[in-house]
Design a protein around this ligand. Structure first.
Ligand code: ADP
Ligand code: MG
Ligand code: MG
Length: 251
């Protein structure tokens, strides 16, 4: 599903190297977690994959289902099935949640050469998804994320994910600052959306999230590289022993 080879990335402005040869393969249907100390390049990796400005890829490649991601515009990446969930979801005053989602869904369909959903079909779809995810119909009418609680923002993000039906979902520290209930909510949403044709990359500081979202593979990132890969046990090891011994091993 996602294949990253020898990815090297610099900050465009300063020419500072952030990613120093990242290799990562996520198979279809798998959930991978990335953990690692602050500043190791986890967010940079997700930004570069989604096509955010300000970064220069100096070497390596990244493909989504065989398509060259790095050649695509951000909206093409999204239409190809990439979804990035932010640490801090953006509020969009004046734009209703429903309108926002319908615009996003149809923009992606258009880019894929598919017919746009009629308002009737869209309504049926969003009601069905909201019901499955136990999302209140009231939330669909409110402006995007405005005045939403932390938990509601996360719930809304899961709804966006459900509506856009991405192949590859990246969650960048989407659990930070959440209380236990909200974290559970995110996990349940992700678990409900797990399927054979959909993969997840979950970036997190906390083993706690991985108790609920059971990853197939856990990677540790440090100083712009993946320094260790293992099973769920690796996350437990980090929780009890921290990163220091892994960094020493690497050195
Ligand atoms: P992580 O998500 O693992 O905490 P980041 O990808 O946010 O790491 O950051 C990696 C390194 O790149 C850090 O040293 C950070 O300060 C630097 N960095 C990332 N983006 C920028 C930017 N736009 N301007 C300056 N430094 C940046
Ligand atoms: Mg950070
Ligand atoms: Mg980060």
């Amino acid at each position: 599903m996602l294949e990253i080879k020898n990815l090297h990335v610099e900050l465009e402005e300063e020419g500072k190297q952030i990613l120093k040869g990242v290799d990562l393969t996520v198979e279809s249907g798998q959930v991978h977690a990335i953990m690692g100390p602050n500043g190791s390049g986890k967010s940079t990796l997700s930004y570069v994959l989604s096509g955010r400005d300000g970064y220069t890829v100096t070497d390596g490649e990244a493909t989504l289902a065989g398509e060259d991601l790095l050649e695509m515009e951000p909206e093409e990446r999204a239409a190809a099935g990439l979804f990035l969930a932010f640490q801090y979801p953006v509020e969009i005053p004046g734009v209703g949640n429903m309108t926002f989602l319908r615009t996003a869904v149809n923009a992606q369909r258009k880019l894929r050469g598919e017919e746009e959903l009629s308002s009737g079909d869209f309504l049926r779809l969003i009601r069905a998804k909201a019901k499955t995810l136990k999302i209140d119909a009231d939330m669909l009418k409110r402006p995007v994320n405005v005045g939403f609680s932390g938990g509601e923002k996360k719930r809304n993000e899961i709804l966006q994910m459900a509506m856009l039906e991405p192949k590859m979902c990246i969650l960048d520290e989407t659990d930070s600052g959440l209380d236990v209930d909200a974290m559970k909510l995110v996990s349940e949403g992700v678990n409900a959306l797990r399927s054979e044709g959909r993969s997840f990359l979950v970036i997190t500081h906390y083993q706690r999230l991985l108790d609920h979202i059971k990853p197939d593979v856990v990677h540790i990132m440090a100083d712009g590289r993946i320094i260790k890969t293992g099973g769920p046990d690796l996350a437990l090891e980090v929780e009890t022993q921290g990163y220091a011994h892994l960094l020493n091993e690497e050195a």
